[in-house]
Design a binder for this molecule. Structure first.
Ligand code: ZN
Length: 315
């Protein structure tokens, strides 16, 4: 039983709960369901209309994350916004996914009916030997980019780099990117789905090539591509290791490896925790690989115990 003082949730009927909020992912690969035809995607923590997660907690049975966001903003430290700001996905790419780029908030607002742009990041959970990923491109200028696209010089244009388990990539708007087959990632992203497809390897689906968005892609692709710096702050202690993966205006993501017991403090609007390996406890509440939960606002101290790896995302 998980009883943490300092935070309580009371719903319309007046029942109260305390502690973490366990998410039931909208999923099609790990025994859950999602209304999607994309295979191998788990919407682990999502309030998106295409896959709104529900909760495991008895007190919140049948309620969705978007409902909790709309009706109990205090759970999230009264964070601002019409929609829950983050979306956590696990993507198990069986084949090469199409090569894409996202607009920033400004471009999306002007060209996509006021929608949000999208910044996202990828933690490589697993990949095959010799796996690669697509991040960036090799055109030196917008002119060269246009020309290379026109002449279909995709091999020259697309920047493909080797990856290994545990690698991390921040993908800012305007960055060309794609996951290749045989790769499993955990993605933290802005809750948006504005995506421009630049290239789909000339594949056909149902006899036709999928729609590309060449003009909008050229509009938003940053030229030249500049590699994101990878200088992670790392803390190594007896009981745990902590690696700060990214801090940007939309989210922060860190990885914590527990080997023993350690006390942490939740002083953010909320924290989303994903157990990516092993098992253990948060306070006296058992958690294991594949679990995703929210530690609400004002939760205070919590104790992690066991042998496990966690990805923690917050705004
Ligand atoms: Zn993307």
């Amino acid at each position: 039983k998980n009883e943490i003082p300092g935070w309580a949730f009371s719903d319309d009927e007046g029942t109260k709960m305390q502690g973490t909020i366990t998410i039931i992912p909208a999923d099609n690969d790990y025994g859950y369901k999602i209304p999607s035809d994309t295979t191998g995607e788990c919407w682990a923590v999502s309030a998106h209309k295409s896959g709104d997660c529900t909760f495991k907690n008895e007190e919140l049975k049948g309620k969705t994350l978007s409902w909790l966001w709309d009706n109990h903003r205090e759970v999230f430290g009264n964070a601002k916004g019409d929609i829950f700001p983050l979306l956590i996905k696990i993507i198990d790419a069986k084949k090469d996914l199409s090569i894409q780029v996202h607009p920033n908030d400004e471009y999306a607002k002007a060209n996509e009916n006021g929608a949000l742009g999208k910044t996202e990041c990828w933690y490589i959970l697993d990949c095959e030997e010799g796996a690669t990923i697509i991040i960036g491109h090799n055109a030196k200028s917008k002119e060269e980019l246009k020309q290379m696209i026109e002449e279909k010089r995709w091999k020259d244009l697309i920047r493909e780099i080797p990856i290994k388990k545990g690698d991390f990539f921040q993908i800012t708007p305007g960055t060309v990117h794609a996951i290749k087959g045989g790769t499993v990632i955990l993605e933290t992203q802005q809750n948006s789905d504005i995506t421009y497809r630049l290239y789909d390897y000339d594949r056909l689906s149902n006899g036709k090539p999928r729609e590309l968005h060449i003009k909008k892609s050229i509009d938003v692709i940053k030229c030249p591509y500049i590699e994101e710096k990878q200088d992670f702050k790392i803390i190594k202690k007896d009981n745990y290791d902590e690696k700060d993966l990214v801090k940007c205006e939309f989210y922060e993501v860190k990885k914590i490896d527990i080997h023993g017991e350690e006390t942490f403090i939740q002083n953010k609007p909320f924290e989303i925790v994903s157990v990516i390996e092993g098992k253990g406890f948060i306070n006296d509440f058992e958690i294991k690989k594949g679990d995703h939960f929210i530690i609400p606002f004002n939760y205070g101290e919590y104790k992690l115990k066991g042998n496990m790896e966690l990805i923690i995302s917050n705004i």
